[in-house]
Design a protein around this ligand. Structure first.
Ligand code: GH3
Ligand code: MG
Ligand code: MG
Ligand code: MG
Length: 323
């Protein structure tokens, strides 16, 4: 980390450098013009990339003066936190005003006084290091915040989505059903619910193994998602090989059509199931219930009624819809 002195007068450069060295600052770089300073800070001098800690800048210099040079330094994003102390023989208030608006942090009057110079250098460096530490802490905090947000999202995902199929889980389903039931009461719209269950799935597992059984559950879930076209329709894994679909703003006729589409889409997928007594491929049984104004106001009643319809489908030979 270097202290850079910019001054067109060699005597000033040498005296300032000597004082700073005597005070224990070892890396002092002297340059005689703004142009030479730019070469240095942009890494074009023989020293290559230089880490600058502080700049002492003479104001009165030929060609480019110190105020302009300070402005130019502060335009470099990597130097915004590097303090610039202006050094001037002028006492013109206007000059000082300009120096501060150019981004200078302090100024010292010529002729220089070694005690004053060292005191101002020390305090500028202290402030710079404090700023750097604070920024590092802020960055760390930001990083931790991002990590927490990501962890939170992962947790949310785990608690609301089924790990195997990726669709909503039971908890998510219960919440949505409750919410949609309230909305249906408020807006006086019908609400439908489909419960569905894979037929002879135990036999499927016994024949093809549990891993193939898992694959089948994933396929069925994705077919449900694909077949439901309206954005409000909400499929979920209710548990095991049973799924639930919430259909907001849907009457019994609409729900029956959707249920039949779901049944047909699983049948069309033609997933081999040689041990099924009702077909040579995987099928599902479905139960549909619709809530109209003034009846089935309790979400549990809705689920129980849909379940009863589902078991009717099972009893009547499976692979069918009961309303
Ligand atoms: P039914 O037509 O009457 O519904 O007969 P079923 O064999 O499908 O019904 P049953 O309730 O007897 O069996 C359900 C099977 O689903 C048993 C269980 O091992 C299986 N199952 C539940 N969850 C999973 C799972 O996550 N993965 C796999 N592979 N199988 C599961
Ligand atoms: Mg000068
Ligand atoms: Mg089953
Ligand atoms: Mg079951």
């Amino acid at each position: 980390m270097a202290i850079v002195i910019v001054d067109d007068t060699v005597f000033s450069l040498e005296v300032t450098k000597a004082w700073l060295k005597a005070a224990g600052y070892m890396d002092i770089i002297t340059v005689k013009s703004a142009k030479e300073l730019y070469r240095l800070i942009d890494g074009h001098s023989e020293r290559g990339i230089v880490e600058v800690d502080l700049i002492l800048m003479d104001i009165v210099m030929p060609e480019i003066n110190g105020i302009e040079a300070c402005q130019s330094v502060k335009k470099r994003e990597w130097l915004v936190d590097v303090p610039v102390i202006m050094v001037t023989s002028r006492t013109d208030r206007n000059d000082l005003q300009l120096a501060f608006s150019a981004g200078a942090m302090d100024y010292i009057k010529k002729p220089l006084d070694s005690v004053e110079l060292l005191a101002r250098v020390r305090s500028a460096l202290k402030l710079k290091h404090e700023t750097a530490r604070r920024k590092a802490r802020e960055l760390e905090l930001l990083e931790v915040t991002h990590q927490l947000q990501a962890a939170n999202e992962r947790l949310q995902n785990l608690s609301f989505f089924d790990g195997l199929t990726g669709i909503a889980n039971r908890r998510n389903f219960d919440q949505r059903l409750l919410q949609e039931r309230k909305r249906s009461m408020r807006e006086k719209n019908p609400l439908s619910l489909i419960m569905l269950d894979i037929d002879y799935f135990k036999a499927f597992n016994d024949t093809y193994g549990h891993l193939k059984g898992d694959d089948c559950l994933i396929t069925v879930a994705s077919l449900l998602v694909k077949t439901l076209r309206r954005p409000g329709d909400f499929p979920a894994r209710y548990g095991g090989e049973e799924f639930g679909v919430v259909l907001p703003n849907t009457d019994d006729i609409g729900a029956a059509v959707i249920a039949e589409e779901l049944r047909a889409s699983i049948e069309r997928a033609n997933i081999e199931h040689i041990s099924s007594p009702c077909a040579d491929h995987v099928t599902i049984s479905l139960g549909v219930v619709t809530r109209f104004q003034g009846h089935l106001d309790n979400p549990n009643d809705l689920i129980m009624t849909a379940d009863r319809a589902l078991y009717c489908s099972k009893n009547q030979g499976r692979n069918r819809v009961t309303i």
